[in-house]
Design a protein around this ligand. Structure first.
Ligand code: 13P
Length: 249
């Protein structure tokens, strides 16, 4: 299980500017020469072309933060998987809790988005995670399994091509990280669920996200079923993001 290359993905969320992106990426590219892991940055759609041009030739993969559940047509404001593919996008976040919460994305929507990404040859990073209320009610396992089950159900054996990110909602942007033991416990549940659905489940990378930072990354990444990180705030600061990258080996 530990033999796969870890993946550290930064999620910039709705942050950045042409100038700030260039400065940030220059610093990341310059500092990651000896990185042992895969690295990606999930950037706002208008910056995909800029970022793709700037990271080409480096080890950084470009990720989008969302994709339409539809293939094409009258869906104003949406961006399709094939459009992302044309921009060299390698990964796309689907089902981030901010999309589920603010844009009312259902488990079925998320599954459909994952399917569109896979069909276009883009790796979906499927985000799952419970709210604080759900954790306190003892529902963590049921919630993440329900969220992942929808994706498994629609995508069948293709799920061996996905990445899963466990992001407890209460840990996102709060500075309150899941302990390595809490995160590992949920990752083990997800691993078992994936193993029941695919004989190639051991190749699926399970990322942890939620206030991952330079100080706590190494401990989280040392857990047997944590294969990388999905990093929000700390991915906007080159020294912090680089420290996380170097903790992944
Ligand atoms: P923070 O690292 O800022 O908590 O964000 C996590 C996240 O939502 C990444 O997708």
């Amino acid at each position: 299980m530990q033999s796969k290359k870890k993946l550290i993905a930064g999620n910039w969320k709705m942050n950045g500017s042409l100038a700030a992106n260039q400065t940030l990426l220059d610093a990341i590219v310059a500092g990651m020469a000896d990185a042992q892991c895969d690295v990606a940055v999930a950037v706002p759609a208008p910056y995909l072309a800029q970022v793709q041009a700037q990271v080409s030739g480096s080890l950084i993969g470009v990720a989008a933060q969302d994709v339409s559940a539809h293939e094409s047509g009258a869906y104003t404001g949406e961006v399709s998987a094939s459009m992302l593919k044309e921009h060299g996008v390698r990964y796309v976040l689907v089902g981030h809790s901010e999309r589920r919460q603010y844009h009312h994305e259902s488990d079925a929507d998320v599954a459909q988005k994952a399917q569109r990404a896979l069909a276009a040859g883009i790796t979906p990073i499927v985000c799952v995670g419970e709210t604080l209320q759900e954790r306190e009610a003892g529902e963590t396992e049921a919630v993440v399994k329900r969220q992942l089950a929808a994706v498994i159900h629609l995508n069948g054996h293709c799920i061996s091509e996905i990445v899963v990110a466990y992001e407890p909602v209460w840990a996102i942007g709060t500075g309150r990280t899941a302990s390595p033991e809490q995160a590992q416990a949920v990752h083990a549940v997800l691993r078992t669920q994936l193993a029941a659905a695919s004989e190639h489940a051991d190749r699926i990378r399970l990322l942890y996200g939620g206030s991952m930072n330079a100080a706590n990354a190494a401990q989280l990444l040392a857990q047997p079923d944590i294969d990388g990180g999905l990093v929000g705030g700390a991915s906007l600061k080159a020294p912090d993001f680089l420290q996380i990258i170097h903790a992944a080996r």
